[in-house]
Design a protein around this ligand. Structure first.
Ligand code: AMP
Ligand code: MG
Length: 489
Protein backbone atom coordinates (compact mmCIF):
# COMPACT_ATOMS: atom_id res chain seq x y z
CA UNK A 1 0.00 0.00 0.00
CA UNK A 2 1.33 3.45 -0.85
CA UNK A 3 1.58 6.26 1.64
CA UNK A 4 -0.95 8.16 -0.45
CA UNK A 5 -3.65 5.64 0.41
CA UNK A 6 -3.22 6.44 4.10
CA UNK A 7 -3.49 10.25 4.20
CA UNK A 8 -6.90 11.82 3.63
CA UNK A 9 -6.69 13.52 0.25
CA UNK A 10 -9.38 15.24 -1.78
CA UNK A 11 -9.24 16.84 -5.22
CA UNK A 12 -12.33 19.00 -4.86
CA UNK A 13 -10.98 21.97 -6.83
CA UNK A 14 -10.36 19.69 -9.82
CA UNK A 15 -14.05 18.80 -9.82
CA UNK A 16 -14.91 22.37 -10.84
CA UNK A 17 -15.41 23.15 -14.55
CA UNK A 18 -12.33 23.56 -16.74
CA UNK A 19 -12.90 27.32 -16.88
CA UNK A 20 -11.27 27.37 -13.43
CA UNK A 21 -7.97 25.70 -14.33
CA UNK A 22 -5.85 23.63 -16.70
CA UNK A 23 -4.86 20.09 -15.62
CA UNK A 24 -1.10 19.70 -15.89
CA UNK A 25 1.60 17.57 -14.23
CA UNK A 26 4.70 19.02 -12.57
CA UNK A 27 7.74 18.94 -14.87
CA UNK A 28 10.56 17.28 -12.92
CA UNK A 29 13.80 19.11 -12.25
CA UNK A 30 17.15 17.37 -12.58
CA UNK A 31 18.69 15.62 -9.55
CA UNK A 32 16.04 16.94 -7.16
CA UNK A 33 16.89 16.60 -3.46
CA UNK A 34 15.50 17.74 -0.15
CA UNK A 35 16.65 20.99 1.39
CA UNK A 36 14.35 20.90 4.38
CA UNK A 37 11.11 19.44 5.67
CA UNK A 38 8.73 20.97 8.18
CA UNK A 39 8.16 18.08 10.59
CA UNK A 40 5.63 19.87 12.80
CA UNK A 41 3.40 20.88 9.91
CA UNK A 42 3.88 17.46 8.30
CA UNK A 43 2.67 15.66 11.41
CA UNK A 44 -0.33 17.96 11.65
CA UNK A 45 -1.52 16.79 8.24
CA UNK A 46 -0.58 13.13 8.71
CA UNK A 47 2.64 13.20 6.69
CA UNK A 48 5.76 11.42 7.96
CA UNK A 49 7.94 13.56 10.20
CA UNK A 50 10.98 12.83 8.02
CA UNK A 51 11.16 13.59 4.29
CA UNK A 52 11.26 10.42 2.20
CA UNK A 53 12.14 9.52 -1.35
CA UNK A 54 8.52 8.63 -2.04
CA UNK A 55 7.45 12.14 -1.00
CA UNK A 56 10.20 13.69 -3.10
CA UNK A 57 9.10 11.77 -6.18
CA UNK A 58 5.44 12.63 -5.66
CA UNK A 59 5.87 16.36 -5.09
CA UNK A 60 8.53 16.88 -7.74
CA UNK A 61 6.54 15.18 -10.49
CA UNK A 62 8.81 12.16 -10.96
CA UNK A 63 6.03 9.81 -9.89
CA UNK A 64 2.72 11.61 -9.51
CA UNK A 65 0.42 9.49 -7.31
CA UNK A 66 -2.94 8.60 -8.83
CA UNK A 67 -4.62 10.33 -5.86
CA UNK A 68 -3.35 13.75 -7.03
CA UNK A 69 -5.06 15.88 -9.66
CA UNK A 70 -2.38 18.49 -10.48
CA UNK A 71 -3.70 21.69 -12.01
CA UNK A 72 -2.78 25.29 -12.74
CA UNK A 73 -5.44 27.71 -11.47
CA UNK A 74 -6.66 30.50 -13.69
CA UNK A 75 -6.94 33.95 -12.13
CA UNK A 76 -6.36 37.57 -13.08
CA UNK A 77 -5.68 40.65 -11.00
CA UNK A 78 -4.67 44.26 -10.61
CA UNK A 79 -0.88 44.63 -10.61
CA UNK A 80 0.33 48.02 -9.37
CA UNK A 81 -3.17 49.33 -9.99
CA UNK A 82 -3.47 48.05 -13.56
CA UNK A 83 -5.74 45.17 -14.51
CA UNK A 84 -3.92 42.17 -16.02
CA UNK A 85 -6.24 39.51 -17.47
CA UNK A 86 -3.43 37.06 -18.23
CA UNK A 87 -2.45 35.82 -14.80
CA UNK A 88 -2.76 32.35 -13.33
CA UNK A 89 -0.47 29.73 -11.84
CA UNK A 90 2.49 30.34 -14.13
CA UNK A 91 4.84 28.16 -12.12
CA UNK A 92 2.78 26.79 -9.28
CA UNK A 93 0.42 23.83 -9.28
CA UNK A 94 -2.27 22.66 -6.91
CA UNK A 95 -1.63 18.93 -6.43
CA UNK A 96 -4.48 17.95 -4.11
CA UNK A 97 -6.04 18.90 -0.78
CA UNK A 98 -5.27 17.11 2.46
CA UNK A 99 -7.33 16.89 5.64
CA UNK A 100 -5.77 16.99 9.10
CA UNK A 101 -7.02 14.69 11.89
CA UNK A 102 -9.26 17.51 13.07
CA UNK A 103 -10.78 17.78 9.59
CA UNK A 104 -9.01 20.99 8.55
CA UNK A 105 -8.51 20.86 4.78
CA UNK A 106 -5.46 22.51 3.19
CA UNK A 107 -4.18 22.85 -0.34
CA UNK A 108 -0.93 21.15 -1.29
CA UNK A 109 0.71 23.41 -3.84
CA UNK A 110 4.14 23.29 -5.44
CA UNK A 111 5.84 26.48 -6.58
CA UNK A 112 8.44 26.15 -9.33
CA UNK A 113 6.91 23.10 -11.04
CA UNK A 114 7.38 24.13 -14.67
CA UNK A 115 5.56 25.81 -17.52
CA UNK A 116 1.78 26.14 -17.63
CA UNK A 117 -0.56 27.93 -20.07
CA UNK A 118 -0.29 30.93 -17.72
CA UNK A 119 3.51 31.21 -17.69
CA UNK A 120 3.53 34.15 -20.14
CA UNK A 121 7.21 35.13 -20.59
CA UNK A 122 8.35 33.18 -17.52
CA UNK A 123 10.16 29.85 -17.32
CA UNK A 124 7.84 28.20 -14.80
CA UNK A 125 10.64 27.90 -12.26
CA UNK A 126 11.51 29.33 -8.85
CA UNK A 127 15.07 29.80 -7.63
CA UNK A 128 16.51 28.58 -4.33
CA UNK A 129 17.08 32.14 -3.05
CA UNK A 130 13.44 33.24 -3.24
CA UNK A 131 12.15 29.84 -2.13
CA UNK A 132 14.27 29.99 1.03
CA UNK A 133 12.88 33.47 1.69
CA UNK A 134 9.30 32.28 1.32
CA UNK A 135 9.95 29.17 3.42
CA UNK A 136 11.46 31.16 6.27
CA UNK A 137 9.03 34.05 6.20
CA UNK A 138 5.84 32.04 6.05
CA UNK A 139 7.06 29.98 9.02
CA UNK A 140 8.18 33.15 10.84
CA UNK A 141 4.73 34.67 10.35
CA UNK A 142 3.09 31.50 11.65
CA UNK A 143 5.36 31.70 14.72
CA UNK A 144 4.22 35.28 15.26
CA UNK A 145 0.59 34.15 15.14
CA UNK A 146 -0.14 35.94 11.86
CA UNK A 147 -2.45 34.32 9.33
CA UNK A 148 -0.31 32.95 6.50
CA UNK A 149 0.29 30.23 3.98
CA UNK A 150 2.76 27.64 5.27
CA UNK A 151 5.78 25.79 3.95
CA UNK A 152 5.81 21.99 4.15
CA UNK A 153 9.15 21.43 2.51
CA UNK A 154 11.73 22.65 0.07
CA UNK A 155 13.78 20.90 -2.62
CA UNK A 156 16.65 22.01 -4.77
CA UNK A 157 17.99 20.69 -8.06
CA UNK A 158 20.72 20.89 -10.68
CA UNK A 159 18.42 22.50 -13.26
CA UNK A 160 19.93 25.86 -14.23
CA UNK A 161 17.53 28.80 -14.00
CA UNK A 162 18.50 32.18 -15.37
CA UNK A 163 17.73 35.38 -13.49
CA UNK A 164 20.26 38.24 -13.16
CA UNK A 165 22.76 35.39 -12.99
CA UNK A 166 22.51 31.62 -13.30
CA UNK A 167 20.85 30.02 -10.31
CA UNK A 168 19.26 26.63 -9.62
CA UNK A 169 15.65 25.56 -9.77
CA UNK A 170 13.96 24.91 -6.44
CA UNK A 171 10.54 23.63 -5.49
CA UNK A 172 8.60 24.90 -2.49
CA UNK A 173 5.72 22.84 -1.15
CA UNK A 174 3.23 25.38 0.07
CA UNK A 175 0.17 24.67 2.14
CA UNK A 176 -2.72 27.07 2.56
CA UNK A 177 -6.34 26.88 3.59
CA UNK A 178 -7.00 28.17 0.09
CA UNK A 179 -5.20 29.40 -2.99
CA UNK A 180 -8.27 31.35 -4.12
CA UNK A 181 -7.33 35.00 -4.55
CA UNK A 182 -9.26 38.21 -5.14
CA UNK A 183 -8.10 37.77 -8.75
CA UNK A 184 -10.16 34.58 -9.20
CA UNK A 185 -13.36 36.59 -8.84
CA UNK A 186 -11.98 39.39 -11.01
CA UNK A 187 -11.20 36.95 -13.82
CA UNK A 188 -14.78 35.71 -14.11
CA UNK A 189 -16.16 39.24 -13.88
CA UNK A 190 -13.97 40.77 -16.57
CA UNK A 191 -14.51 37.82 -18.93
CA UNK A 192 -18.25 38.05 -18.30
CA UNK A 193 -18.48 34.46 -16.99
CA UNK A 194 -20.94 35.33 -14.28
CA UNK A 195 -22.33 31.80 -13.91
CA UNK A 196 -18.83 30.57 -13.14
CA UNK A 197 -18.34 33.44 -10.72
CA UNK A 198 -21.51 32.47 -8.89
CA UNK A 199 -20.31 28.87 -8.74
CA UNK A 200 -16.98 30.10 -7.33
CA UNK A 201 -18.79 32.11 -4.66
CA UNK A 202 -20.96 29.09 -3.80
CA UNK A 203 -17.89 26.90 -3.42
CA UNK A 204 -16.07 29.52 -1.35
CA UNK A 205 -19.06 29.64 0.98
CA UNK A 206 -19.37 25.85 1.12
CA UNK A 207 -15.65 25.32 1.83
CA UNK A 208 -14.61 28.33 3.86
CA UNK A 209 -17.63 30.27 5.11
CA UNK A 210 -20.27 27.59 5.76
CA UNK A 211 -21.94 29.88 8.32
CA UNK A 212 -23.06 32.09 5.40
CA UNK A 213 -24.86 29.26 3.59
CA UNK A 214 -28.64 29.34 3.72
CA UNK A 215 -28.66 32.91 5.07
CA UNK A 216 -30.75 35.62 3.48
CA UNK A 217 -27.79 37.31 1.81
CA UNK A 218 -24.98 34.74 1.71
CA UNK A 219 -22.74 36.54 -0.81
CA UNK A 220 -22.83 39.83 1.07
CA UNK A 221 -22.01 37.91 4.26
CA UNK A 222 -19.11 36.25 2.47
CA UNK A 223 -17.78 39.63 1.39
CA UNK A 224 -18.12 40.97 4.94
CA UNK A 225 -15.99 38.07 6.12
CA UNK A 226 -13.34 38.74 3.49
CA UNK A 227 -13.22 42.40 4.53
CA UNK A 228 -12.92 41.49 8.19
CA UNK A 229 -10.19 38.90 7.67
CA UNK A 230 -8.23 41.29 5.47
CA UNK A 231 -8.51 44.05 8.09
CA UNK A 232 -7.18 41.68 10.76
CA UNK A 233 -4.25 40.57 8.59
CA UNK A 234 -3.27 44.15 7.77
CA UNK A 235 -3.47 45.16 11.44
CA UNK A 236 -1.15 42.25 12.25
CA UNK A 237 1.33 43.33 9.56
CA UNK A 238 1.36 46.93 10.76
CA UNK A 239 1.71 45.94 14.40
CA UNK A 240 4.67 43.64 13.82
CA UNK A 241 6.32 45.86 11.18
CA UNK A 242 5.91 43.63 8.14
CA UNK A 243 5.91 45.01 4.61
CA UNK A 244 4.60 42.65 1.93
CA UNK A 245 5.98 44.48 -1.07
CA UNK A 246 3.63 43.30 -3.84
CA UNK A 247 0.04 43.76 -2.71
CA UNK A 248 -1.46 43.08 -6.12
CA UNK A 249 -4.99 41.66 -6.04
CA UNK A 250 -3.67 38.33 -7.32
CA UNK A 251 -1.56 38.13 -4.15
CA UNK A 252 -4.53 38.67 -1.82
CA UNK A 253 -6.05 35.52 -0.32
CA UNK A 254 -9.79 35.55 0.20
CA UNK A 255 -9.11 34.16 3.68
CA UNK A 256 -6.87 37.04 4.74
CA UNK A 257 -3.77 34.87 4.89
CA UNK A 258 -0.42 36.44 4.04
CA UNK A 259 0.23 35.14 0.56
CA UNK A 260 2.99 35.03 -2.08
CA UNK A 261 6.16 36.12 -0.34
CA UNK A 262 8.33 38.06 -2.77
CA UNK A 263 10.34 41.15 -1.88
CA UNK A 264 8.85 41.40 1.63
CA UNK A 265 10.74 42.95 4.54
CA UNK A 266 10.41 43.50 8.27
CA UNK A 267 11.16 47.00 9.49
CA UNK A 268 14.55 47.39 11.10
CA UNK A 269 14.52 51.12 11.97
CA UNK A 270 11.02 52.50 12.26
CA UNK A 271 10.52 54.19 8.89
CA UNK A 272 6.82 54.43 8.06
CA UNK A 273 7.53 55.07 4.38
CA UNK A 274 9.79 52.00 4.09
CA UNK A 275 9.67 50.43 0.60
CA UNK A 276 10.93 46.85 0.55
CA UNK A 277 10.38 46.20 -3.16
CA UNK A 278 13.28 47.56 -5.17
CA UNK A 279 11.03 47.78 -8.27
CA UNK A 280 8.32 49.81 -6.51
CA UNK A 281 9.54 53.21 -7.69
CA UNK A 282 6.45 55.14 -6.59
CA UNK A 283 6.20 53.52 -3.17
CA UNK A 284 2.71 52.24 -3.92
CA UNK A 285 3.34 49.36 -1.53
CA UNK A 286 5.32 51.24 1.11
CA UNK A 287 4.81 50.04 4.69
CA UNK A 288 2.50 52.90 5.68
CA UNK A 289 0.44 52.53 2.48
CA UNK A 290 -0.60 48.95 3.21
CA UNK A 291 -3.85 49.75 5.05
CA UNK A 292 -4.98 52.00 2.20
CA UNK A 293 -3.92 49.55 -0.50
CA UNK A 294 -5.79 46.69 1.12
CA UNK A 295 -8.93 48.84 0.94
CA UNK A 296 -8.16 49.61 -2.70
CA UNK A 297 -7.85 45.87 -3.33
CA UNK A 298 -11.08 45.14 -1.48
CA UNK A 299 -12.80 47.81 -3.60
CA UNK A 300 -11.52 46.10 -6.75
CA UNK A 301 -12.93 42.82 -5.44
CA UNK A 302 -16.22 44.55 -4.56
CA UNK A 303 -16.45 45.94 -8.07
CA UNK A 304 -16.02 42.46 -9.51
CA UNK A 305 -18.78 41.12 -7.24
CA UNK A 306 -21.33 43.72 -8.33
CA UNK A 307 -23.46 41.16 -10.16
CA UNK A 308 -23.78 39.01 -7.03
CA UNK A 309 -24.06 41.59 -4.26
CA UNK A 310 -26.12 44.80 -4.02
CA UNK A 311 -24.09 47.98 -4.27
CA UNK A 312 -25.34 49.15 -0.88
CA UNK A 313 -24.16 45.97 0.82
CA UNK A 314 -20.76 46.22 -0.82
CA UNK A 315 -20.39 49.84 0.26
CA UNK A 316 -21.46 49.06 3.77
CA UNK A 317 -18.87 46.30 4.03
CA UNK A 318 -16.13 48.53 2.62
CA UNK A 319 -17.08 51.27 5.07
CA UNK A 320 -16.56 48.80 7.89
CA UNK A 321 -12.98 48.08 6.83
CA UNK A 322 -11.43 51.11 8.45
CA UNK A 323 -13.41 50.63 11.65
CA UNK A 324 -12.34 47.00 11.89
CA UNK A 325 -8.72 47.72 11.01
CA UNK A 326 -8.46 50.53 13.58
CA UNK A 327 -10.14 48.36 16.19
CA UNK A 328 -7.74 45.45 15.65
CA UNK A 329 -4.69 47.67 15.35
CA UNK A 330 -5.34 49.75 18.44
CA UNK A 331 -6.01 46.61 20.48
CA UNK A 332 -2.70 45.15 19.29
CA UNK A 333 -0.75 48.33 20.01
CA UNK A 334 -2.29 48.54 23.48
CA UNK A 335 -1.10 45.02 24.17
CA UNK A 336 2.35 45.90 22.85
CA UNK A 337 2.57 48.75 25.37
CA UNK A 338 0.85 46.79 28.12
CA UNK A 339 -2.03 49.25 28.43
CA UNK A 340 -5.24 47.35 28.90
CA UNK A 341 -7.51 50.04 30.25
CA UNK A 342 -8.32 53.15 28.20
CA UNK A 343 -7.42 56.56 29.55
CA UNK A 344 -7.77 59.96 27.84
CA UNK A 345 -4.00 60.60 27.71
CA UNK A 346 -3.29 57.36 25.83
CA UNK A 347 -3.63 58.92 22.37
CA UNK A 348 -0.81 61.37 23.12
CA UNK A 349 1.41 58.56 24.45
CA UNK A 350 1.01 56.58 21.21
CA UNK A 351 1.40 59.62 18.92
CA UNK A 352 4.56 60.84 20.62
CA UNK A 353 5.99 57.33 20.65
CA UNK A 354 5.56 56.91 16.87
CA UNK A 355 6.97 60.39 16.24
CA UNK A 356 10.05 59.71 18.34
CA UNK A 357 10.61 56.25 16.87
CA UNK A 358 10.57 57.73 13.37
CA UNK A 359 12.62 60.85 14.15
CA UNK A 360 15.28 58.80 15.96
CA UNK A 361 15.20 55.86 13.53
CA UNK A 362 14.82 53.46 16.41
CA UNK A 363 14.78 49.75 15.71
CA UNK A 364 11.09 48.84 15.83
CA UNK A 365 11.37 45.31 17.20
CA UNK A 366 14.13 46.12 19.68
CA UNK A 367 12.15 49.06 21.09
CA UNK A 368 9.07 47.02 21.93
CA UNK A 369 11.09 44.15 23.33
CA UNK A 370 13.18 46.49 25.46
CA UNK A 371 10.14 48.23 26.84
CA UNK A 372 8.80 44.79 27.77
CA UNK A 373 11.91 44.30 29.94
CA UNK A 374 11.35 47.17 32.38
CA UNK A 375 10.88 44.59 35.15
CA UNK A 376 14.36 43.17 34.52
CA UNK A 377 16.42 45.92 32.89
CA UNK A 378 17.02 49.60 33.54
CA UNK A 379 14.92 52.31 31.80
CA UNK A 380 18.28 53.57 30.54
CA UNK A 381 18.37 50.66 28.11
CA UNK A 382 15.22 51.97 26.43
CA UNK A 383 16.57 55.53 26.35
CA UNK A 384 19.83 54.30 24.82
CA UNK A 385 17.91 53.34 21.68
CA UNK A 386 17.20 57.03 20.95
CA UNK A 387 19.52 59.76 19.73
CA UNK A 388 17.48 62.45 21.44
CA UNK A 389 17.79 61.12 24.98
CA UNK A 390 16.05 64.07 26.56
CA UNK A 391 12.85 63.59 24.60
CA UNK A 392 13.07 59.84 25.06
CA UNK A 393 13.38 60.30 28.83
CA UNK A 394 10.38 62.60 28.91
CA UNK A 395 8.29 60.14 26.94
CA UNK A 396 9.39 57.19 29.04
CA UNK A 397 8.56 59.05 32.26
CA UNK A 398 5.05 59.78 30.99
CA UNK A 399 4.68 56.16 29.88
CA UNK A 400 5.82 54.78 33.24
CA UNK A 401 3.49 57.19 35.06
CA UNK A 402 0.67 56.01 32.82
CA UNK A 403 1.48 52.35 33.55
CA UNK A 404 1.22 53.04 37.25
CA UNK A 405 -2.44 53.92 36.73
CA UNK A 406 -3.09 50.58 35.04
CA UNK A 407 -5.70 48.39 36.75
CA UNK A 408 -6.54 44.74 36.10
CA UNK A 409 -10.08 43.40 35.58
CA UNK A 410 -10.54 43.19 39.38
CA UNK A 411 -9.66 46.88 39.67
CA UNK A 412 -6.28 46.16 41.31
CA UNK A 413 -3.01 47.80 40.24
CA UNK A 414 -0.96 45.81 37.75
CA UNK A 415 2.63 45.20 38.78
CA UNK A 416 5.49 45.94 36.38
CA UNK A 417 6.38 42.25 36.38
CA UNK A 418 2.84 41.20 35.42
CA UNK A 419 2.63 43.84 32.71
CA UNK A 420 6.03 43.03 31.23
CA UNK A 421 5.36 39.30 31.27
CA UNK A 422 2.26 39.89 29.11
CA UNK A 423 4.06 42.34 26.85
CA UNK A 424 6.78 39.81 26.09
CA UNK A 425 4.10 37.48 24.74
CA UNK A 426 3.27 39.97 21.98
CA UNK A 427 6.56 41.77 21.37
CA UNK A 428 8.86 39.34 19.55
CA UNK A 429 12.53 39.13 20.39
CA UNK A 430 13.34 37.43 17.08
CA UNK A 431 12.14 38.41 13.63
CA UNK A 432 13.30 37.40 10.17
CA UNK A 433 15.57 40.34 9.53
CA UNK A 434 16.65 40.63 5.93
CA UNK A 435 20.28 40.03 6.73
CA UNK A 436 19.48 36.83 8.63
CA UNK A 437 17.57 35.49 5.63
CA UNK A 438 20.48 36.52 3.40
CA UNK A 439 23.03 34.57 5.46
CA UNK A 440 20.80 31.47 5.31
CA UNK A 441 20.46 31.92 1.53
CA UNK A 442 24.21 32.34 0.97
CA UNK A 443 24.87 29.14 2.92
CA UNK A 444 22.07 27.26 1.15
CA UNK A 445 23.46 28.25 -2.22
CA UNK A 446 26.73 26.64 -1.12
CA UNK A 447 24.82 23.47 -0.25
CA UNK A 448 24.77 24.02 3.52
CA UNK A 449 21.18 24.04 4.77
CA UNK A 450 21.95 24.07 8.49
CA UNK A 451 21.51 27.84 8.92
CA UNK A 452 18.10 27.66 7.27
CA UNK A 453 17.11 24.90 9.68
CA UNK A 454 18.38 26.85 12.70
CA UNK A 455 16.53 30.00 11.68
CA UNK A 456 13.31 28.14 10.99
CA UNK A 457 13.54 26.53 14.45
CA UNK A 458 14.36 29.85 16.15
CA UNK A 459 11.46 31.67 14.51
CA UNK A 460 8.92 29.13 15.71
CA UNK A 461 9.25 30.71 19.16
CA UNK A 462 9.89 34.40 18.48
CA UNK A 463 8.59 35.54 21.87
CA UNK A 464 10.77 33.23 23.98
CA UNK A 465 14.09 34.20 25.46
CA UNK A 466 16.46 31.77 23.77
CA UNK A 467 19.79 32.46 25.52
CA UNK A 468 21.81 30.25 23.13
CA UNK A 469 20.36 32.22 20.20
CA UNK A 470 20.92 35.70 21.62
CA UNK A 471 23.02 36.75 18.60
CA UNK A 472 19.98 36.42 16.31
CA UNK A 473 18.35 39.33 18.15
CA UNK A 474 21.24 41.66 17.34
CA UNK A 475 20.63 44.77 15.26
CA UNK A 476 21.51 44.39 11.58
CA UNK A 477 25.08 45.14 10.49
CA UNK A 478 25.49 48.07 8.07
CA UNK A 479 25.54 45.79 4.98
CA UNK A 480 22.33 44.15 6.18
CA UNK A 481 20.40 47.41 6.33
CA UNK A 482 20.81 48.26 2.68
CA UNK A 483 20.01 44.95 1.01
CA UNK A 484 17.76 45.50 -1.97
CA UNK A 485 15.18 42.88 -2.77
CA UNK A 486 14.10 42.69 -6.37
CA UNK A 487 10.93 41.12 -7.71
CA UNK A 488 12.99 38.51 -9.57
CA UNK A 489 12.30 35.16 -8.03
P1 AMP B 1 4.08 36.97 -8.62
O1 AMP B 1 4.72 38.29 -8.90
O2 AMP B 1 5.05 35.89 -8.18
O3 AMP B 1 2.89 37.07 -7.75
O4 AMP B 1 3.57 36.46 -10.04
C1 AMP B 1 2.70 37.15 -10.90
C2 AMP B 1 2.31 36.27 -12.04
O5 AMP B 1 3.46 35.88 -12.81
C3 AMP B 1 1.63 34.97 -11.65
O6 AMP B 1 0.68 34.67 -12.64
C4 AMP B 1 2.78 33.99 -11.65
O7 AMP B 1 2.38 32.67 -11.83
C5 AMP B 1 3.60 34.48 -12.82
N1 AMP B 1 5.03 34.15 -12.68
C6 AMP B 1 5.92 34.68 -11.81
N2 AMP B 1 7.14 34.16 -12.00
C7 AMP B 1 7.03 33.26 -13.00
C8 AMP B 1 7.94 32.38 -13.67
N3 AMP B 1 9.24 32.33 -13.35
N4 AMP B 1 7.46 31.60 -14.66
C9 AMP B 1 6.17 31.67 -15.01
N5 AMP B 1 5.26 32.46 -14.43
C10 AMP B 1 5.68 33.25 -13.45
MG1 MG C 1 1.51 36.00 -7.08
Amino acid sequence: MSFWDIVTLTTRFSELPKAFYTPIDPQPLSNTRWVTWNSDLAKHYGFPDKPTDELLQAFSGQAVPKQFAPLAMKYAGHQFGVYNPDLGDGRGLLLAEVASKSGQVADIHVKGAGLTPYSRMGDGRAVLRSSVREYLCSEAMAGLGIATTRALGLMTSDTPVYREKQEYGALLIRMADTHIRFGHFEHFFYTNQLDQQKLLADKVIEWYFPECAGQENPYAMMFNQIVDKTALMIAQWQAVGFAHGVMNTDNMSILGQTFDYGPFGFLDDYQPEFICNHSDYQGRYAFDQQPRIALWNLSALAHSLSALIEREDLEQALNQYEVQLNGYFSEMMRKKLGLFTRLPEDGAIFDTMFELLAANKVDYTRFFRQISMLDKAKPQEVIDLFLDREQATQWLDSYIARCERELNSEGEPVSTAQRCEKMRQVNPKYILRNYLAQIAIDRAEEGDFSELERLAELLKKPFDEQPHNEHYAKLPPEWGKTLEISCSS
